[in-house]
Write a protein that binds this ligand. Sequence first.
Ligand code: SF4
Length: 608
Amino acid sequence: MDSVLINVPLSSPLHIKANIVFLKSFIKENGFKIKAFDTNIHFFKWMLRDYDFNFHDHIYMDNPVKLLGLYNQIEEWLVAECSKYQGLTVDLRTIGLAYDRLRFDDVLKALDDSEANPFIAFFDEFIAKELKPLKPKIVGIGLTFQDHIISAFTLADRIRKSLCDVKIVLGGQMITRCYDTMLESGALDDLWDYLVCWDGEIPFLDLHKKIILKQDIPLVNVIEKGRDDWVLDRSRSAFDLDQIEHLDFSDFDFNDYFFPDMLIPLETARGCYGSCEFCAIPSGSNTGFRERSVGKIINDIVGVQKHTLEKYGLAATYFKFMDDTSSPRTLLHIAEEIHHRGIDAKWETYVRMEAVFQDFDVMKRLYGGGCRKLMWGLETNDPEILKSMSKKIQPISTNKVLDAAHDAGILNFVFVLIGFPGEKQEQRDVLAEYIIACNSIHVLTLATFDVTKHSRMQTDSTLPDDIKLEVEPSNGFEVRLPYVLNGENWKRVIVAEAQRFMVKVTKKRPDIGLVSLFPDQVRVIYTEKHGNGWGKKFLSKFGEDKIKALLLATEKYIDAFENENEIELSGLPDPLKREHIRTKEDIDAIAQAIKRRKKYETKRSDSI
Ligand code: SF4
């Protein structure tokens, strides 16, 4: 085997990720022998090896309560298994270890502590059973999220110890955003041979030509350890999505995933044509918004359906476009092709609030061509804040867009951002009332304002002069940077505000609370089966107690958060739980930054 690609834990066990499928397919089409492993799903199955469960039982398709019960049961089993390790928490979305994954020296310490780090035993088994027999020359490890850091470096460490000739290539968002601090520190240098930035396809192919075919080719967007002549240029080696003919899913078993059907990840585009102040998503990929042609996307859908029909006796129905943003023109074209060719495919994707979506006829055409869920970057409904964010949308269009999608039968999922600099309490209140009154919003997720590494805000802020945003330089694997707004720990303020916001919305819109209890990926199935109003429909049928428990848990959480008490996360609604886990280490980082600043100021005033 020339190479092996590995997707490491931890991310959702409900489906595979599109990036590993694209990368594997591209390298294979260029003539190399490559195999891909999704060790994320293998890790979940390894943790739960003593328990019996079967997501493909029909009862879970027909009965949402049973499905919710199974997810809850799995989380309870995970709690029991985690208690065998010191400081380990794993749920269906996130992982916490006793070591601070953002600090390089802590990551190194985790590699030798098998009482706290389950990945040591897990990857030793994986390497012995799966990797060693293949004798790969290159192993590519993808680090997309912070939850991948400790598992990825544990894998690299175990490979170093047992397969010393293998070249280890690290890529993905975490490397793209943190290669600078990694190089500066050098602490993790023994664990990699090459780092790849931005889109991995072309650089990874070049590495195959260099390592396997011994070609002397110039590398672009690849950092080779021990050399300082590397070329990093975001505008070069950008991947054209049409360079792949057929997507190859053969290395994955859809029966493994914790999903009652099959959810197939595809990509229609890379990059984003927006440039919102707070967002670093566009900088994670090469420059330029690049789309796969519609003919190829339709072939992807039909090809996967043929593959799953042959392998599992069932044509896959549900598709998720894992784009940063999909363009309206392409979506309409896809929908029209699906409709005209009579393909049974239902899909969901991420979209910007564009004027074209205000048109009910457009939404009807999207629905008719399989669209069942759209994820919108609403952020806020306040025109002033939207202007400061450079979202470039009008508030009037928001209503029209959401109503048109709702009327067409599509589930509207909105992202809401709390605490953009300059935002006032009254604006948050108006936003909460807007969401409560807007029956076209079916589910939401809340985020609190961050200064993200490589966002426009960090590099080229256009905030008004009266807003003083002080941002600390990044350390280790920090991608959300510690900041102080007008001298205040704003993050702590707005996290509490976001919690109040969520309680207010959930109390008056328990249907939103109910839908938010379900993992995001299954919402599309129930939309297909019961319509986009399934939250309201099922609330009276089976949800009152659950929602009450949810509200109670949320209020307890707010009290605990404000009083800095121990926090019980198990009963929280998913958006809040996720936001809490995400913000916990940011708040710690900010508190440390404030302490450092105070120390510096005291020192300075003492010397004056
Ligand atoms: S917030 Fe959404 S639309 Fe704006 S730049 Fe990021 S991905 Fe693009």
